[in-house]
Write a protein that binds this ligand. Structure first.
Ligand SMILES: *[C@@H]1O[C@H](CO)[C@@H](O)[C@H](O)[C@H]1NC(C)=O
Ligand SMILES: *[C@@H]1O[C@H](CO)[C@@H](O)[C@H](O)[C@H]1NC(C)=O
Length: 253
């Protein structure tokens, strides 16, 4: 990509929010270099955004692009080239990129210097040099650690805020949520949107369960839980099943 072809028209810095599965994506119109954008996201949100499926990408971008005043063509996301393997990409929040959405002919790694990833406003990705200043997307997971609640109360609380308990759809989501727990010094499991209903574990936001992070071994009670039918994320970043009436902190999108 030629940098000279990028044009941005920003009146001021502002932000558009769009809900994802694990958190809320925020478009930040301030143009920063990738590393500075990452620092900004880690300070004020959770991390640079990761996008694990195409439908989801398009939804985020449509909402950001839908704001007429936000005339942007390219923005940073959390994509970066694996320093140990130039053909592999990782997410700033952790984990490898499993689904890709590169624009035609990308990543072309011009000059062997394009080690970071952007998204165009059509949702397609491009590789770019980290020193280019661009607007960016951050993701925020909200840790609700003011008052412990039962799983149902936690769900109700998130929904009152027009949100939901989070669902975890990938290794990257899991690591982002764990990071946010650690940042808030949480040492006990926190409720997530995981619920055992009609003989199976479901996400309360209706997301299909593809990715699973139950611990290996142990009592395996989650396979057929009698009482412990609500899911929480443990400090180890794994899922645990607990009695829904227990009061815990929780994670909203
Ligand atoms: C957005 O930018 C394009 C040029 O890239 C320009 O033609 C168009 O008028 C701009 N739209 C708004 C609403 O500013
Ligand atoms: C680099 O990553 C690619 C894509 O994941 C993989 O196919 C290849 O085996 C890796 N190469 C090395 C040397 O690990």
């Amino acid at each position: 990509m030629e940098i000279q072809k990028l044009f941005f028209f920003f009146a001021s810095v502002f932000c558009v929010k769009v809900e994802g599965e694990v958190g809320t994506h925020h478009f930040v119109s301030q143009a920063l270099r990738w590393t500075d954008a990452q620092t900004h996201c880690r300070k004020y949100y959770t991390d640079l955004s990761s996008v694990n499926d195409q439908k989801h990408t398009e939804k985020i971008l449509k909402a950001a692009a839908g704001q007429k005043s936000l005339n942007w063509s390219t923005a940073w996301i959390g994509l970066y080239r694996d320093p140990t393997n130039a053909t592999r990409w990782k997410w700033s929040g952790g984990g490898y990129v499993t689904h890709t959405n590169w624009a035609k002919g990308q990543p072309n790694n011009i000059g062997n210097k394009q080690n970071r990833g952007t998204t165009y406003s059509n949702g397609r990705w491009n590789d770019a040099e980290e020193n280019v200043a661009l607007p960016f997307f951050c993701i925020k997971i909200s840790v609700m650690n003011y008052e412990k609640k039962t799983w149902e109360e936690a769900l109700e609380h998130c929904r009152e805020e027009h949100s939901d308990l989070i669902s975890i759809a990938s290794e990257t989501d899991r690591l982002l949520a764990q990071t946010e727990m650690q940042r808030n010094d949480l040492t006990e499991p926190v409720w997530i949107g995981l619920r055992f209903l009609a003989d199976q574990w479901l996400w309360v936001d209706g997301k299909t369960m593809m990715y699973k992070a139950w611990p290996q071994g142990g009592d395996e009670d989650h396979q057929c839980p009698t009482w412990r039918r609500c899911g929480a994320l443990t400090v180890e970043g794994l899922w645990g099943n607990y009695n829904c009436e227990e009061k815990r902190y929780f994670l909203c999108k």
